[in-house]
Design a protein around this ligand. Structure first.
Ligand SMILES: Nc1ncnc2c1ncn2[C@@H]1O[C@H](COP(=O)(O)OP(=O)(O)OP(=O)(O)O)[C@@H](O)[C@H]1O
Ligand SMILES: [Mg+2]
Length: 302
């Protein structure tokens, strides 16, 4: 059975040690806990899609090592189809070690992984024509270009999570993407010398994107489409942890598009899901299910 949505891109593993305070120098420190969590934009978006009740696959790559298997098992545990999450022998997965103090301040050491092949010829794209939306991030250019080209050929909507990346990735991807939704740092890096957000979004539209958007945390989401400049406010919630809010926003937006919602409806739905995520700890454990989202949105006036 085919999936409603395919998410392609980054998967990482975070190893987290909560401490009383961050070390100022070397030594041995007792952690209050130890937490191992999968991360990565497209991978966490896939978990959000699954939590919202849609069938989803994650297409990606990592090393055939302990971290790779941990990521794969976690995604599968969330109900994500991992048949095209490939673990490469002799390659090493991306892993972060994170020390976090009582105030939530973090010291992060990231290993980006090694010897993971860039080429995407092994991807089986036969299922793309049967899906209802494709979401990619900026961390695997070759894979994203292949799947977006195939989706475009079949009229399947494509969504991009625009985080900070080299310009050549945007030059390759934007002409194949229908909905380019940047984070604020991602938009600024793409804009370069242009600092006005609306001007940068206009530049994104000129690459062929129907919707050019930027999420701005508690300031909500701003976008330009054929109807002009529009804004969705962030919902007021009791914020506990914003980790993964952007990833979850993108997954929820893909769900909305796959269900035939228009851009205004999709932005509102994604904002509601992301806001509810912020009321819980953790990028994935805090993702709400459909019932919670529907009940929450029914009570909102914006
Ligand atoms: N404090 C908040 N209160 C309510 N909603 C929030 C808050 N922070 C984020 N959101 C929601 O999540 C969306 C995405 O957040 P944000 O712009 O911070 O993503 P991001 O920069 O990509 O972060 P990341 O990728 O690290 O999750 C926002 O547009 C908003 O709808
Ligand atoms: Mg983001």
């Amino acid at each position: 059975m085919s999936n409603d949505i395919i998410c392609l891109g980054k998967s990482t593993l975070d190893l987290i040690w909560p401490l009383e305070s961050l070390p100022g120098k070397g030594g041995k420190f007792i952690a209050r806990d130890f937490i191992q969590l999968g991360g990565g934009m497209a991978a966490t978006a896939a978990v959000a899609v699954s939590r919202l009740g849609r069938k989803v696959a994650f297409y990606g790559r990592a090393g055939d090592d302990a971290a790779g298997h941990a990521m794969l098992d976690e995604l599968a545990g969330y109900g994500v189809d991992v048949s095209q999450f490939r673990l490469f022998p002799n390659a090493r997965s991306s892993v972060s070690g994170i020390l976090v103090d009582k105030e939530g301040e973090r010291a992060i050491a990231n290993f980006r992984g090694a010897d993971i092949p860039d080429e995407a010829h092994w991807l089986d794209l036969d299922d793309v024509a049967q899906t209802h939306a494709v979401l990619v991030d900026v961390r695997w250019k070759e894979g994203a270009v292949s799947i977006c080209a195939k989706a475009r050929a079949h009229g399947i909507p494509t969504i991009l999570d625009g985080e900070i990346a080299d310009l050549d990735i945007y030059d390759a991807l934007l002409p194949l993407v229908d909905h380019a939704i940047f984070s604020l740092p991602g938009l600024r890096s793409y804009g370069g010398a242009v600092t006005n957000h609306l001007q940068i979004l206009q530049k994104v539209r000129e690459q062929g994107c129907k919707v050019a958007a930027v999420t701005m945390g508690a300031q909500g989401c701003l976008w330009i489409d054929d109807n002009g400049v529009q804004h969705q406010a962030a919902f007021g919630v009791n914020v506990v942890d914003t980790t993964g809010a952007g990833d979850v926003f993108h997954g929820a937006y893909a769900v909305a598009l796959a269900e035939g919602k228009n851009t205004v409806e999709a932005m509102r739905f994604a904002s509601g899901v992301a806001a509810l995520k912020c009321t819980h700890y953790g990028g994935r454990a805090g993702i709400p299910d459909r019932e919670e989202v529907d009940a929450f949105l029914a009570e909102q006036f914006c």
